[in-house]
Design a binder for this molecule. Structure first.
Ligand code: AMP
Ligand code: MG
Length: 487
């Protein structure tokens, strides 16, 4: 057994368990009846230095939690979080961190099993996950990675051979999630509320060492730490906005310190451009609507800053002032990343005074004429203006002339087109295609639809023939698309 484990390529080195036990509970995954790999990520496995193909059975046992690989020290992590504005003590209720795997390139990644059974933080939950939602996380997280957006990743999904009970009986599954860490804003809120100042400092020092080692020697270490986390989140959320990604449940426990997108529950990509777009069935007031994401990002970071206050200054008033000053920079940072990204989407390589207005006017027109977000930019990139009502409107034609004029102020036409191709995905995981793939996988045990979709999403900027069918807008229905979380 031990030899098999070694040949799989695991190389665990666990640092999180060296933190005070306040931050976690040792917890083995619950073994499952019949582990079977549904899908695994060969490319990612290679990058991690893992050899799954030749050790499929051993790998399945690990991914199911039936076998603990050599060197792993399974834990459930403690954290808290503001969920839709309400503060709660949480923790990994259905996930186990096997440990940190160090790749041949010396990179450290958390290996987490999601859906692996109850933990001390499960509250009323069963600790389990259903196949559909785990495959959904697999598809969307890998699509996000391929779009060039920082994210946790998906190494594998296994079925457990056990039914789970939701509104109906569903096949149980476990996702193996890879993250640069699972430290969240909620982890700091937990330290601030259930630990003492020393615990908070220990967590901050640990996180700085793991994610921001350059700050270790800096004088105002914790203030710089806050600044960097704000910066990474501003960058991340700008990336979401630029591709039309709606996270759906931006609670503080779902905000990583590393700046990776995490927790693909009710997330979805927007089709028609509308800032009020919401997909999540539980987000009745549109708190996490597309257009709100930057504001919620700033709100979440303010909660992070609050948790850090004791480390910013011994004088509370002074600490609050410092924190507020940093938080107030979020909107400017976000705005800059967003504007840079939008310029690139329109092929603008330098900064023009009129750019922001040009961009906002386009978005306004897209909203007015209910244009598809991705396909509009795709059409502009290909300079093939069909498929949208928008393109026939006089307002758009006037805008187009302004844009051409602005483009002509630049020398290099070819470079501008290349920039647009790199910045405007030809495909996104459209909701109806994701549903179609999940239905085939869950209802028919047919993975081929999902594999084909994953293929099309492997390079969203390829503009290949094979991707064309995935650009089609869904047939209109009376029912708005709805997503669900915690399932
Ligand atoms: P999420 O909405 O996935 O971010 O989860 C919020 C909290 O609920 C986290 O603490 C989860 O661990 C917990 N949770 C979600 N689903 C379950 C479940 N089936 N069993 C136990 N805990 C769960
Ligand atoms: Mg979560």
């Amino acid at each position: 057994m031990k030899n098999d484990q070694i040949s799989l390529g695991w190389n665990f080195s666990n640092s999180y368990v060296k933190l005070p036990t306040l931050f976690y509970s040792k917890q083995n995954p619950d073994p499952v009846e019949e582990p079977e790999i549904v899908i695994f990520n060969e490319v990612l496995a290679k990058q991690l230095g893992l050899n799954i193909i030749e050790h499929r059975k051993e790998a399945a046992a690990v991914f199911a939690g039936n076998q603990t690989p050599e060197g792993a020290i399974p834990i459930a992590q403690a954290y808290a979080g503001h969920q839709f504005g309400h503060f709660a003590r949480l923790g990994d209720g259905r996930a186990i961190l096997l440990g940190e795997h160090v790749t041949p390139d010396e990179e450290r990644f958390d290996i987490q099993l999601k859906g692996s059974g109850r933990t001390p933080y499960s509250r009323g939950g069963d600790g389990r996950a259903a196949l559909g939602p785990m495959l959904r996380e697999y598809i969307i997280s890998e699509a996000m990675h391929n779009l060039g957006i920082p994210t946790t990743r998906s190494l594998a999904v296994v079925t457990t051979g056990e039914p789970i009970h939701r509104e109906t009986v569903l096949p149980g599954a476990i996702l193996t999630r890879i993250a640069s860490s699972h430290i969240r804003v909620g982890t700091f809120q937990y330290a601030a509320n259930w630990g003492d100042k020393e615990n908070l400092k220990t967590l901050a020092d640990y996180t700085i060492n793991r994610h921001f080692p350059d700050l270790e020697q800096s004088e105002e270490r914790y203030l710089n730490f806050l600044r960097e986390v704000i910066n990474r989140q501003a960058f991340l959320i700008s990336k979401w906005q630029l591709v039309g990604f709606i996270h759906g449940v931006m609670n503080t426990d779902n905000v990583t310190i590393s700046g990776e997108t995490i927790d693909y529950g009710p997330c979805a990509f927007m089709d028609t451009y509308d800032p009020a777009t919401v997909f999540s069935s539980i987000d009745r007031e549109g708190r996490y609507a597309y257009g709100n994401q930057p504001y919620i990002g700033a709100w979440n970071l303010a909660r992070f800053a609050e948790a850090l206050l004791p480390l910013l200054d011994d004088n509370q008033e002074q600490a609050v002032e410092l924190a507020e000053k940093e938080i107030s920079k979020f909107s400017e940072l976000f705005g800059k990343y967003w504007l840079d990204g939008m310029r690139a989407k329109l092929g603008l390589m330098d900064e023009g005074q009129e750019d922001e207005e040009l961009i906002k006017d386009l978005l306004q027109l897209m909203q007015e004429y209910r244009a598809d977000y991705t396909n509009t930019f795709r059409a502009l990139t290909l300079d093939k203006l069909d498929g949208e009502k928008l393109f026939e409107k006089e307002g758009f034609q006037l805008w187009y002339q302004r844009w051409q004029h602005r483009l002509n102020s630049q020398q290099e036409k070819e470079t501008a087109i290349r920039l647009m191709r790199k910045s405007n995905p030809a495909v996104i995981p459209r909701n109806h295609r994701v549903e179609e793939a999940l239905n085939a996988a869950v209802e028919e045990e047919d993975l081929s639809v999902m594999e084909k979709l994953l293929d099309a999403l492997a390079d969203p900027y390829a503009y290949s023939k094979q991707q064309e069918e995935y650009c089609e807008f869904p047939a209109s229905t009376d029912q708005p698309y709805r997503t669900f979380c915690g399932t």
